[in-house]
Write a new protein. Structure first.
Length: 234
């Protein structure tokens, strides 16, 4: 395979009685290899989120993650290095999904009145929690686990994210459609209310005979949670 400046090359092969030009196209294979690597990494990250959220950092082996992802365990070392780096990459991945979704949602709401914007952002948080219930289980395990990893997570994501959320809650309080009180405390109350039936989905489904991830339950849950925090968001 001949690659020069990422362009196809012409190799001249002497044959009697003529010269045959052979064009070797290298890009498609390179894109294919990159696509497979990206797919493998995504599978590993999804499996890692599930395993870390279930058993925490210390309770999980990279072999268990590889088994769940359906890949050879050596690929974890190849793509991520150590288990610590995989844990951090998993956090980067899930927080990245949420951040991208939130930013796109916020841009789509440009020009919408403040009250409607806040309602939409809170609703979107609930829907994301339903789509990725392991996100909050991952956070619960992180809070119980290694202090250094928790410090890393706090400095990389939580401090800045919490400040942005606090600004949102304080703005809602100023406009009169969220209860008065400590904004950060109110944030935790909202997160607990918003995520509980998804985090404890097996318990909820057994006690209610309902699927917490069904569209009807998610919609009902969203209305209940927003109703708990404000009478003006309807």
């Amino acid at each position: 395979m001949i690659i020069l400046n990422n362009k196809p090359n012409i190799v001249k092969c002497s044959t009697s009685p003529e010269i045959v030009n052979i064009v070797i196209e290298t890009k498609p294979k390179k894109r294919s290899e990159q696509g497979r690597a990206k797919e493998t990494k995504s599978k590993i990250l999804a499996a890692a989120l599930h395993e870390f959220s279930a058993s925490g950092f210390e309770g999980v082996s990279t072999r268990a993650i590889a088994s769940r992802a359906g890949v050879n365990h050596t690929l974890i070392s190849h793509h991520f290095g150590s288990k610590t780096e995989l844990w951090k990459a998993t956090a980067d991945w899930i927080f990245g999904l949420y951040t991208t979704r939130s930013q796109e949602r916020y841009k789509a709401l440009k020009g919408v009145e403040v009250m409607a914007t806040i309602k939409a952002l809170l609703k979107d948080f609930i829907e994301f929690s339903a789509a990725y219930p392991d996100f909050h289980r991952f956070m619960m395990q992180a809070n119980r686990g290694d202090a250094e990893l928790m410090d890393w997570l706090t400095n990389r994501f939580l401090r800045q994210g919490a400040q942005a959320e606090l600004t949102l809650f304080e703005q809602a309080q100023e406009l009169g459609f969220m209860p008065k009180g400590d904004g950060m405390h109110m944030r935790y109350l909202f997160i607990g209310a918003a995520t509980s039936i998804f985090t404890f989905a097996p318990e909820y489904s057994r006690l209610t005979d309902n699927d917490p991830f069904s569209e009807s339950v998610i919609e009902q849950h969203t209305n209940y949670v927003l109703g708990l925090f404000s009478q003006n968001l309807h």
